[in-house]
Design a protein around this ligand. Structure first.
Ligand code: ARG
Length: 460
C-alpha cells in the first residue's frame, strides 16, 4: 500500500472497510475541473509571493494541464486509496513531476480546497440551470402565442371558478420561473466569495495573497473569516432551497398537465413522442414525463433535507460529515436540469383540445362573478349583488341551465335591478372581455404581459 499524503505520524494504514467507507473519489471526481482551476490559481499566487519558484510553478501548471487532459480523455486512474479528488490529483502530479508538486499544498488545506471547488461548481451549475429555466420560459411563451384567445375554465379548490385565457395561465408559470431564476442569481451572488487561503481553519503565517487567488477564480472577494470559510455550507443549502422551490413549481405544472391529459378533463393531448403505453392495457397512453417531473421533485426536496440535517449538529470549522454534502448537491442538479429539459420538451409536444375545452366552458357558472360585478355597476352593494347572483345560480341549478339562459323576466323576478344589458355580462366570452384590472385575464392585459415576455426573453 502507498504511504498516505499524511503518512508521517502513522504506523498502520486504514482497514479496507474504513477505506471503502471514507472514500469520496467515486463521486467527488466530478469536481476535478474546479479542483485543477483552484490549484492553478494557488500555484500562480505562491510563485508571485515568492513561496515557490517560477520554475516550480511552471512544472506544476504543465503537470496540471496534462492531468486535466488525461482525465478528459478518460485515461486517468482514480484510486480509492487516494481517497478524494484533491489527493488523487496531487498524488498523480507528484508521480508525474516529483518535487515541485510537493510544494503545491503550501498554505492550503483540503478544508479550504474542497469548499472552493464546491463554490466554483455551484456557480457553474447555476449558470446551466439559468439557461434551462430561460429555455422553458421561451417554450411556454411560444405555447401561449400559439393559443391566442383560447378561454379555459379557471379553478380554485379544483372547482370551476372563473374563465381565464389559457395564455394567462401559461404566463403564470413563466412568472414563477422568473422568480426561480432570481433566487438562483441571488444565491450565486452570495456564494461567490473565496475560501482559498483559509487553510485548515485559522489561515496561515505564510505571506499568501488571498485577494490574488480570489480574483483569479472570478470571486467577488476572499471570505473575511477563515473559520467561517471552511465551516459553512449555507450556500449549498441556499442552492438546494432555490432548487426545491423551482422543483415544486415544475411539479405543480406537471400535476396540472397530467390532470388535463385525463379523459375526465381532456383539455390537453400530448403527442406520442412524449407519452408511454401500458404493458398490459393496449389502449393506454400515459403522460409519464410530467408524472416523473412531479415525482422527481421529491428527490430535490429530499436532497435539501439531507444537507439541512447534515449541518444541524456540527460545531464550527470543518467536520468530515461535510463530505456528505456532495452527493445530494450533485443529485439535485442532475434532477432539476432533467426536469426543466423534459418539461420544455413536453410543452413543445402538446396540443390543447379546443373542442373539449369549448364543451367544458358552459358548466360551473364561470360567469357568476362577472354578473355580480354587473350589479355593482348598477349601484348594488357587492354583498347584496353576491346574494342576488347566488339566487340566480340556485335557480339555474334547479332548471339545469346557465345564467345566460335565463330570460329577463326570470332575472327580474329574482331582483328588479336586472336590465337588458345584462346579456353583455353573461357567458364566458363576455365575462373574459370584462376583465381590465392590471394583471387580470382580460385580453388587453394578457397581450401586455405577452409583449413583456416576448421582449424580456428576446423572442422574435
Ligand atoms: N473529501 C473531503 C470532503 O469532501 C475533503 C476534505 C477533507 N478534509 C479532511 N481534513 N479530511 O469534505
Amino acid at each position: 500500500k502507498e504511504n498516505k499524503l499524511w503518512g508521517g505520524r502513522f504506523e498502520e494504514s486504514v482497514t479496507d472497510a474504513v477505506e471503502r467507507f471514507s472514500e469520496s473519489i467515486s463521486f467527488d471526481k466530478a469536481l476535478y475541473k474546479q479542483d485543477i482551476r483552484g490549484s492553478r490559481a494557488h500555484a500562480t499566487m505562491l510563485a508571485a509571493q515568492g513561496l515557490i519558484t517560477t520554475s516550480d510553478r511552471d512544472s506544476i501548471l504543465n503537470g496540471l494541464d496534462v492531468i486535466e487532459r488525461t482525465i478528459e480523455a478518460g485515461d486517468f486512474v482514480w484510486r480509492t486509496d487516494r481517497e478524494d479528488v484533491h489527493m488523487n490529483i496531487e498524488a498523480a502530479l507528484t508521480d508525474m513531476i516529483g518535487e515541485p508538486a510537493k510544494k503545491l499544498h503550501t498554505a492550503r488545506s483540503r478544508n479550504d480546497q474542497v469548499v472552493t471547488d464546491l463554490r466554483l461548481w455551484c456557480r457553474d451549475a447555476i449558470d446551466s440551470i439559468l439557461f434551462h429555466i430561460k429555455k422553458l420560459q421561451v417554450v411556454l411563451v411560444y405555447l401561449a402565442m400559439r393559443n391566442e384567445g383560447l378561454i379555459v375554465p379557471g379553478y380554485t379548490h379544483l372547482q370551476r371558478a372563473q374563465p381565464v385565457l389559457l395564455q394567462h395561465l401559461l404566463l403564470s408559470y413563466v412568472e414563477q420561473l422568473e422568480r426561480d431564476a432570481g433566487r438562483f442569481i441571488d444565491c450565486k451572488n452570495r456564494l461567490n466569495f473565496c475560501p482559498l487561503g483559509a487553510c485548515a481553519l485559522a489561515g496561515t503565517g505564510l505571506p499568501i495573497d488571498r485577494f490574488m487567488t480570489s480574483d483569479a477564480l472570478g470571486f467577488t472577494a476572499p471570505l473575511r473569516n477563515s473559520i467561517d470559510a471552511v465551516s459553512d455550507r449555507d450556500f449549498v443549502l441556499e442552492f438546494l432551497s432555490a432548487s426545491s422551490i423551482a422543483a415544486i413549481h415544475l411539479s405543480r405544472l406537471g400535476e396540472e398537465w397530467v390532470l388535463w391529459a385525463s379523459e375526465e378533463f381532456g383539455f390537453l393531448v400530448p403527442s406520442d413522442s412524449v407519452s408511454t403505453g401500458s404493458s398490459i392495457m393496449p389502449q393506454k397512453k400515459n403522460p409519464d414525463p410530467m408524472e416523473l417531473v412531479r415525482g422527481k421533485s421529491a428527490r430535490v426536496v429530499g436532497d435539501l433535507i439531507t444537507v439541512l440535517v447534515l449541518c444541524k449538529g456540527l460545531p464550527q470549522a470543518y467536520n468530515r460529515d461535510l463530505q456528505e454534502d456532495k452527493e445530494p448537491l450533485f443529485d439535485s442538479v442532475k434532477t432539476i436540469m432533467g426536469m426543466l429539459e423534459v418539461t420544455a420538451e413536453f410543452a413543445q409536444n402538446i396540443t390543447f383540445n379546443h373542442e373539449r375545452i369549448q364543451r367544458a366552458l358552459p358548466a360551473g357558472h364561470l360567469d357568476a362573478t362577472t354578473l355580480a360585478d354587473y350589479l355593482v355597476k348598477k349601484g348594488v352593494p357587492f354583498r347584496t349583488s353576491h346574494d342576488i347572483v347566488g339566487r340566480c345560480v340556485a335557480f339555474c341549478l334547479s332548471k339545469d341551465c346557465q345564467l345566460s339562459d335565463l330570460s329577463l323576466d326570470e332575472l327580474t323576478a329574482i331582483d328588479p335591478v336586472f336590465e337588458k344589458d345584462v346579456y353583455e355580462f353573461v357567458g364566458v366570452n363576455n365575462s373574459v372581455s370584462k376583465f381590465c384590472s392590471y394583471g387580470s385575464t382580460g385580453s388587453a392585459c394578457v397581450s401586455e404581459q405577452l409583449s413583456y415576455w416576448v421582449s424580456k426573453l428576446g423572442i422574435s
